[in-house]
Design a protein around this ligand. Structure first.
Ligand SMILES: *Cc1c(COP(=O)(O)O)cnc(C)c1O
Length: 383
């Protein structure tokens, strides 16, 4: 029986045959089931630890009266609000079921089997997945000190290159590119190649208290570069990961192309209502950013005290180098109710990625980590 089903593997697209699926952070419910741990701290998916604002919950509950109706397929109000916010025409905006879907749309518009897509080593896992899914060729450019090496990425462009993905800041490394460097890069990329600047963590990075010098808002360059697509999401600082809503801003021409293949009702009604609400909820955003800055200091100080190196980050997560035993550390933390993210699949087998939580969650992580490291160090001394 199973053989008959396995035979489908050979008729799937060859890019799909070679894929391994996206590995999400372990859900709390799964850890509860597997280990019976009850007090759980999940710092695995870069989610907003504050939860959604009460205003969102209220707005969504009103929208529930219209669940029998299809959502507004054009996302009119949300696009108008975003257009006003970014001072662009609403026909430049493409809404997605999370910005992951926008990344998928742009890839499906431009990449045919055999075409090349360029991105950096240690970049977001969705880039290779969607590239391979459409039969494209992945061109992964070695990173430089964990960050994007834009010179090498320029050199990787060929006649077959259709898209370059740049995550700023990058997930999982938290590294970022300054305005000068990124603008210089854009001016050197041939205009026929689409450049997607993925700004999923924009709000965190753009916060003056986050410590990034000259972190750029790539939207300022949209008029200069018709091949530029900037993506943003409501999943991170805005705290709506569970509702799935993100968007891109690009030239109207590219937005129109993406709209042709966009599933017509890809952003559901509560998601549209929630996104509109959080756009106006400056206090919740400010509080989220402040919690992140405080949590980042707390975590980095705690990691230094434990004698660990980390990659400086301006996002809401940080990669800490725990050594050859990263998987052992990850498993031991799970047993103590702390879920972080292994990043071996990002080519970082010695690191773990930790999302910034509330003060209490960060303390739980640090106090769970210490005995795990002590045990490993003792074991090393004995052997
Ligand atoms: C989280 C993330 C996204 C998008 O997430 P969505 O929930 O699909 O909006 C995009 N890019 C990067 C680099 C991310 O980390």
């Amino acid at each position: 029986m199973s053989n008959r089903f396995q035979s489908f593997d050979s008729v799937a697209l060859s890019g799909v045959q070679k894929l391994s699926p996206y590995q999400p952070g372990k859900p709390e419910s799964e850890l509860k089931r597997e280990l019976g741990v009850t007090e759980i701290t999940k710092l695995a998916s870069n989610e907003n630890p504050l939860g959604s604002s009460p205003r969102v919950v209220e707005a969504i509950s009103h929208s529930l009266a219209t669940l029998t109706r299809y959502p507004d397929g054009a996302g009119f109000e949300l696009k108008e609000a975003l257009a006003a916010r970014h001072q662009v025409d609403s026909c430049s905006i493409t809404l997605g079921n999370g910005s992951s879907e926008v990344i998928e749309l742009v890839t499906r518009v431009f990449v045919a089997p055999g075409d090349e897509v360029v991105f950096s080593q240690h970049a977001f896992a969705m880039y290779p997945i969607i590239t391979q899914a459409v039969g494209g060729q992945v061109v992964e450019v070695p990173a430089c000190e964990w960050g994007h090496d834009l010179t090498a990425m320029l050199a990787a462009i060929s006649d077959k290159t259709r898209i370059i993905f740049v995550a700023n800041p990058n997930n999982p490394t938290g590294t970022w590119l300054t305005g000068d460097v990124l603008h210089n890069f854009l001016s050197r990329v041939p205009e026929r190649v689409v450049v997607v600047i993925d700004e999923a963590y924009f709000e965190y990075a753009n916060n003056p208290h986050a410590g990034a010098v000259d972190y750029p808002d790539a939207m300022q360059w949209l008029d200069d570069f018709p091949n530029l697509v900037v993506t943003r999401t409501f999943s991170k600082a805005f705290g709506l990961a569970g509702l799935r809503v993100g968007y891109s801003v690009s030239s109207p021409v590219i937005a129109d192309l993406m709209n042709r293949i966009r599933p017509p009702f890809n952003v559901n009604t509560p998601a549209q209502v929630a996104a509109l609400t959080v756009l106006d909820d400056a206090p919740h955003l400010q509080q989220s950013l402040a919690v992140n800055v405080a949590g980042m200091s707390q975590l980095t100080a705690g990691l230094v005290a434990l004698g660990l190196n980390y990659i400086p980050s301006i996002a809401n997560f940080i990669c800490v180098e725990v050594g050859d035993n990263a998987r052992v550390v990850y498993d031991a933390l799970l047993k103590k109710g702390v879920i972080v993210r292994p990043v071996a699949n990002y080519g970082m087998p010695r690191h773990l990625r930790v999302s910034i939580g509330t003060e209490q969650e960060n303390s739980h992580f640090l106090s769970a980590l210490k005995p795990v490291l002590d045990d490993l160090r003792n074991a090393r001394e004995i052997t």
